[in-house]
Design a binder for this molecule. Sequence first.
Ligand SMILES: Cc1cc2nc3c(=O)[nH]c(=O)nc-3n(C[C@H](O)[C@H](O)[C@H](O)COP(=O)(O)O)c2cc1C
Length: 303
Amino acid sequence: VFRIAVLTGSTRQNRNSPAVASWVIDVAREIDAPAELVDLADQGLPLLDEPVPAALSDAYVHESTQRWGDLVSSYDAFVFVTPEYNHSLPGALKNALDLVYREWNDKVAGIVSYGLNGGVRAAEHLRLVCAELQVATVRTQVALSLFDDFDGMRDFAPKEHHRSILVRLLDEVWIWGHALQQVRLDRPHPAAGGGEQIVVVGAAPWKLRDALAVLDQAGFKPAGAVDRSEAIAAIETSDRLLALVLGGAVTSELEQELIAIAAPKGAAILHTAIGEADPTEHYTQHVLPQLEELRHQRGAKPE
Ligand SMILES: Cc1cc2nc3c(=O)[nH]c(=O)nc-3n(C[C@H](O)[C@H](O)[C@H](O)COP(=O)(O)O)c2cc1C
């Protein structure tokens, strides 16, 4: 299953975005692309009110954020329909993007912009924001002119050539979107939900990646963390923390700090240094047996 959300980027009265979004959906349906409307105005999103930035933790405090996160999670790809407000994207769209983080990661987006000059400055700003959210934006962009594509700047009547550009955009979204689905499958899940949770802290992300996959396959829920704040957030949000695994490059100062918050949660502290070894082999031979022994001692079952 592959789902594309066409998101309206404006919420004001008399806005043009619903008409543009509905054109995107019509063209998508003509070519059998599975596009659905997500109207920002219907979401009732508050101005960002979470105590912790979403990039650090997805243990949201507010039900509204969780609901929005679940909705974003349910899509593989997005078409952002954005006007240009003061040479940038509307605040409502930026707020919607800021509210959650992991839910956007490793997804794809296409941009349909409009404004006096095609909304291109808003689109460029939106691309920068998407980069930070780990959303890949496709090259092709539909840039609609308020003068040429809206009668009286109000009634949407796109010039014919925009249709073929939109089809190309959707094609690019489709191709990258499928590749990124695989990336998401390969990426270990952050510590959440069932399973014994493990927080692994080290200095080399590429080594952690392979190591976490080994733990994931064995039924643990590993959270990989490479810096201090990520590690602290991962430990604090874990509710079944089995172990804190500290890599060789972790400083003793950081180690003490992390142990101080992990130990009261009943987590075992494991030290391991991959060094020159193959990360997968190292974790399979040295870390996994210790974790399985711990799981056994505590009487937990693999999930
Ligand atoms: C607050 C505000 C700022 C705007 N700034 C720009 C701008 O910088 N460049 C531009 O081309 N159009 C600008 N416009 C015109 C909008 O692009 C145009 O009104 C468009 O229809 C707005 O999208 P919406 O109808 O979906 O809200 C601005 C409109 C608003 C409401």
